[in-house]
Structures are given as C-alpha cells and as structure tokens.
Design a protein around this ligand. Structure first.
Ligand SMILES: *[C@@H]1O[C@H](CO)[C@@H](O)[C@H](O)[C@H]1NC(C)=O
Ligand SMILES: *[C@@H]1O[C@H](CO)[C@@H](O)[C@H](O)[C@H]1NC(C)=O
Ligand SMILES: *[C@@H]1O[C@H](CO)[C@@H](O)[C@H](O)[C@H]1NC(C)=O
Ligand SMILES: *[C@@H]1O[C@H](CO)[C@@H](O)[C@H](O)[C@H]1NC(C)=O
Ligand SMILES: *[C@@H]1O[C@H](CO)[C@@H](O)[C@H](O)[C@H]1NC(C)=O
Ligand SMILES: *[C@@H]1O[C@H](CO)[C@@H](O)[C@H](O)[C@H]1NC(C)=O
Length: 494
C-alpha cells in the first residue's frame, strides 16, 4: 500500500488551496492511494450498484467517488483525509432511506457508504450492529436466539439514520425510543479518533447522538440492548374509501382513551393520482398476541374493509414483507412532518384539508404518475429517569406518548421535473396543517427528525436548551466544524 505522509498531503493541499475546484477529485485520488479497494469510481459496476441501492430515485446523486470502508479504521482514515482536503464536501450513508436528497449522498463530493460494515454480533444482552446494517440484518441475526431489539418496522430502513434520529419500534409504546436502548455508540470523531460514547464514557456525546443525526462524527457500531420475545400480532388492513372518517374517529378515540402499551402502528390515507382513488388503511401491531386486539380493536373493527393482513408472526417476517412493497418499484419520494396534541376534531380537520387539495395537486402533475399519503402515529415515551437522557427535549414527567400525534405527509412520483411542484405542495400542506393546529391551540413544536423535510428545523423543535447542549457537544468533539461545514447534508447545528 502506498502511504502518503502528512507532509505530502499538506503540500498538495497548500498548492491547490486557492480554489476549491478540483478538491473532490484530489480527495478521491488520495483516498484511492490509501484505501484502494474501497474507493469506487463512476465507471465501475460497484459504484453503480451503490447508487442503485438507494430505495428512492431522488437520492441517487452521483458523487465524485464513493468510499466503502470495511472497518472503523478505514472510516478513520477517510475522515482524516477528508478533513485534510478542507473544501471537499462529504456525505455519510447508512441505509440511505432518509428521503431528503443530499442527506445521505452528495454531488461533487465524496460519499462514505457504510454498507460493508454491516455485521451483527449477538452477545449477552447486547447485539453489536455495524452502522451500515439494515434492520432486516438485525432481526435475522437476533430472532434465531428468540431475542429482539427496538428496531425499525420496515426491514429496508438503515440502522444508523433511524437511531440517530430517534427510532420508533413495535415495542416503543411500552419501551420507549429505539435510541434509548442503545448501550454504546462506537464513533469516529472529526480528529479521526475511534471512541465509545455511552452512559459512563462521554455521556454528553451519548445523549447528543440520540437525536443529533450526523453532527458529531461517523458512528461505526451501535450496541443495542436485546430482550427475549416471540411472535407479535399485526399487519395492514385496507378499508373502503368511505371508511376514512370512521378510521380517523377510531384513532382519535384510541389516543384519547386508556393508554395501551402493547398497541403500536399508524393509520394512512393514500391517494392514487392515476386511478384518482382514496385508500385508507391501518398498519398496526400488538406485541402481546395472547391479549389481542387490546386497544387496536378500535381500528381493526372499522369497516367496510377490503383487505385484512393481520397475522401472528415474528417481527422480522413482517419487516421483510414490508420491505418488499417499499422496494418493488423505486420512485421519487419526499415527505414532511408536524406534531400536535390530540383533540376530538383535529385529525378530521387535517384530513379534510388534505382530501380536498391532494387530488388537485396530483392532477397538476399527473404526468409524473403521483400518489400521496397522510399518516398519523404516536410518539414513544421519553426515558422516565434523568440518568440516560436523549435530545428530544421531553421531560421525564411529560407524556407525549399519550397526548401527541405526529403526521407524515408524503408525495411519491416518477418524473424529476415535478420535484419542485411537489416540494412546494409539501410546504403548503405543512403550513395549512400548522395553521389549523395553531388555531385549535394544539400545535406542538417537536418535529420527528427522520420524517422532517429539508425546509423544516427539527433540531430547533427540541427546544433552545437541548439545542445549546448539542452545540456545546459539537464544539467539544468537532472544534473545527468538519461535520457542520464539510458534511453539508442533514440538519445542522450552526
Ligand atoms: C452504470 O449505469 C449507467 C446507467 O444505468 C449505465 O449507462 C452504465 O453502463 C453502468 N455502468 C456500469 C459499469 O455498470
Ligand atoms: C425459541 O423458541 C422456540 C419456541 O418456544 C423454541 O422451540 C426454540 O428452541 C427456541 N430457540 C432458542 C435458540 O432458544
Ligand atoms: C463505555 O466506554 C468505555 C470507554 O471506551 C468502555 O470501556 C466501556 O466498555 C463502554 N461501556 C459500554 C456499555 O459499552
Ligand atoms: C409474508 O409474505 C409471505 C409470502 O408472500 C406470506 O406467505 C406470509 O404470510 C407473509 N407474512 C406476513 C407476516 O405478512
Ligand atoms: C395507482 O394505481 C395503479 C392501478 O392500480 C397502479 O398500477 C399504480 O402503481 C398506482 N400508483 C402508485 C404510485 O401507487
Ligand atoms: C434509566 O433509564 C434508562 C433508559 O431507559 C435505563 O437503561 C436505566 O436502567 C434507568 N435507570 C434507573 C436508575 O432506573
């Protein structure tokens, strides 16, 4: 292996520092010389394979090169080199499921594709998960031991983005945010140092990584708490279009009545712009199948139904089937979110606005074969003690899991030329929904980071105190702002 000395490196950088042009190419050449087999260039099949493995078409940007590290040490080498070539923008890609183009990939820059670091090692009470793993990899590794983890509900979702943005699991109503079940993060800091962040070592960084996304370094391994569990009951139910109001009423009642810690999932209103039809559905799970349906009975009892996919099965089978649907036809997908307190009327009012406007938006861009979705779901409870805080800004005494609902509004389409139109529609929907929640006095500032659109600011939604704490952690572990300035994608602190 040809190793560049730091003297060489600084000389090359010094000689080109006057202009940033050419820096990504320089960085790629340097990376090739130290991590040869892990650097993928645009002509190669491996590069193509990496790009086409993004589940949504809008995420398939073309970086100058892709680095596909095999070890945390490789990540460290790449970070050292990228830090040295100051102007080079870079992106970090775990599963590549965040729908904001540029958050997990970059044009004119370097993408660190973590997919090769995907091993899952099952230990005593812990699963050590490489940061490039998908949730399906994790379930497939832990379930043969009759164990599970707080993980994603779609197998194709990546571990890293899911956990650093929060993570809502089948078990969240009972056990909280998935990120709160992380025992340890192994992370490469801006200095290139590989360190652990956990409850006893760097607890400030530990808390920041639970909600702080890609602002602090490149996480290379997540150590997750495991617990014994068998099959759960759940799946999708499709309702006739005229059942939409009854479904909203059922979900409202579900939220306003006695809390059921085993009842998880969401309700979705979907509009297909080609067939011009609405399709309400529920995707729900009950984690204690022997006690089913519990509070889910409110929704599962709604009719008329057109399809009933409720089954008792292992979580990993459900996440696998769900992924198949998500991956079947890759399309452009964008989304945004907002949060509000439940009230007897708010779901109906938001849905009514969406239902009236969404056919018009889809008609305007009919050439793009669009579909749209409006999904309502619940937030997990915060950690109930002060010893392992996350960054979301809920006090242990608050009960967002009972009181709050958040929505995800989605557009799915084919033609790139409709992107701006749908992005504007997304913005307008959020504005209209927030005007409604404001007017009813039920608006809440929290935004679920993993569903937030680029134009939103979920970190500010954590509150000024948490935000200041996150900034302090960033200054301490990344004093030169590598993850603020060079990692251009993601929600930034400064
Ligand atoms: C990569 O994909 C592009 C577009 O599909 C194609 O034109 C090109 O031949 C592919 N290159 C390789 C090496 O597979
Ligand atoms: C998992 O549970 C099943 C059903 O109870 C049992 O048959 C199997 O032996 C268990 N596997 C392990 C590895 O404990
Ligand atoms: C926390 O980090 C320290 C320092 O690296 C390490 O020794 C310890 O094992 C870690 N704890 C956990 C739970 O991983
Ligand atoms: C998953 O899909 C397979 C194949 O279509 C089907 O047999 C199975 O019942 C499905 N399982 C669940 C839990 O939906
Ligand atoms: C809309 O419905 C048609 C007919 O069922 C289907 O072929 C198409 O895939 C649907 N579009 C979307 C985006 O789901
Ligand atoms: C506090 O909460 C964390 C995370 O939920 C948990 O791991 C820990 O055991 C709790 N500590 C105490 C003292 O209850």
């Amino acid at each position: 292996m040809h190793l560049l000395t730091s003297h060489h490196l600084s000389w090359i950088i010094f000689s080109t520092v006057a202009t940033c042009k050419g820096f990504p190419t320089l960085a790629c050449n340097l990376l090739s010389s130290v991590l040869s087999t892990s650097v993928l260039l645009p002509e190669s099949e491996a590069y193509n394979a990496s790009i086409t493995s993004y589940p949504f078409l809008n995420l398939r940007l073309h970086p100058t090169c892709i680095v596909r590290p095999k070890t945390a040490q490789d990540v460290s080498t790449a970070v050292n080199l990228l830090r040295g070539t100051e102007c080079t923008k870079f992106a970090i890609r775990g599963g590549g499921h965040n729908a904001n183009a540029g958050f997990n990939n970059v044009e004119d820059g370097v993408t660190i594709d973590m997919q090769s670091i995907n091993a899952v090692e099952v230990g005593k009470g812990v699963a050590r998960v490489g940061a490039g793993a998908l949730w399906q990899d994790v379930y497939d590794a832990v379930e043969p031991h009759n164990l599970t983890v707080l993980g994603g509900r779609i197998g194709a979702v990546g571990v890293a983005g899911f956990l650093t943005g929060g993570g809502i699991s089948f078990f969240s109503p009972e056990r909280g945010w998935a990120c709160d079940a992380v025992l340890n993060f192994e992370i490469v800091l801006a200095s290139g140092e590989i360190v652990n962040a956990n409850a006893t070592s760097r607890p400030d960084l530990f808390a920041a990584l639970k909600g702080g996304q890609n602002n602090f370094g490149v996480v290379t391994r997540f150590d997750l708490k495991t617990f014994p569990h068998g099959p759960i009951w759940g799946g999708k139910i499709g309702f006739a279009p005229e059942a939409d109001a009854a479904l909203n009423s059922a979900y409202t009642k579900f939220k306003m009545e006695k809390y059921d810690p085993y009842a998880a999932g969401w309700i979705t209103h979907r509009y297909n712009g080609s067939t011009k039809t609405f399709a309400p559905s529920s995707t729900l799970w009950y984690t204690r199948p022997e006690l089913k349906p519990g509070a889910l009975g409110l929704m599962t009892g709604v009719g008329p139904r057109v399809m009933n996919g409720m089954q008792t099965a292992y979580a990993g089978e459900m996440t696998r089937n769900y992924s198949r649907i998500v991956r079947a036809v890759p399309r452009r997908t964008i989304w945004a979110t907002t949060t509000f307190h439940i009230s007897p009327t708010i779901l109906h009012r938001i849905h009514a606005v969406w239902k009236e406007i969404v056919p018009k938006v889809c008609e305007t861009y009919a050439y793009a074969s669009p579909a749209a979705e409006l999904t309502f779901q619940s937030l997990p409870p915060p950690p109930r003690n002060q010893s392992h805080p996350n960054s979301f800004g809920f006090a242990p005494s608050e009960a967002p899991e009972r009181d709050l609902v958040f929505l995800q509004v989605v557009f799915i389409f084919m033609d790139a030329s409709a992107t701006t139109g749908f992005e504007n529609a997304l913005k307008e929907f959020i504005k209209m929904f927030e005007d409604l929640t404001e007017e009813e006095g039920v608006r809440h500032k929290y935004l679920y980071l993993n569903f937030a659109a680029k134009f939103q600011d979920p970190l500010a939604g954590y509150g000024e105190e948490r935000m200041e704490r996150l900034r302090k952690v960033a200054r301490k572990y990344d004093p030169n702002g590598v993850f603020q300035k060079q990692v251009v994608g993601g929600f930034k602190l400064f």
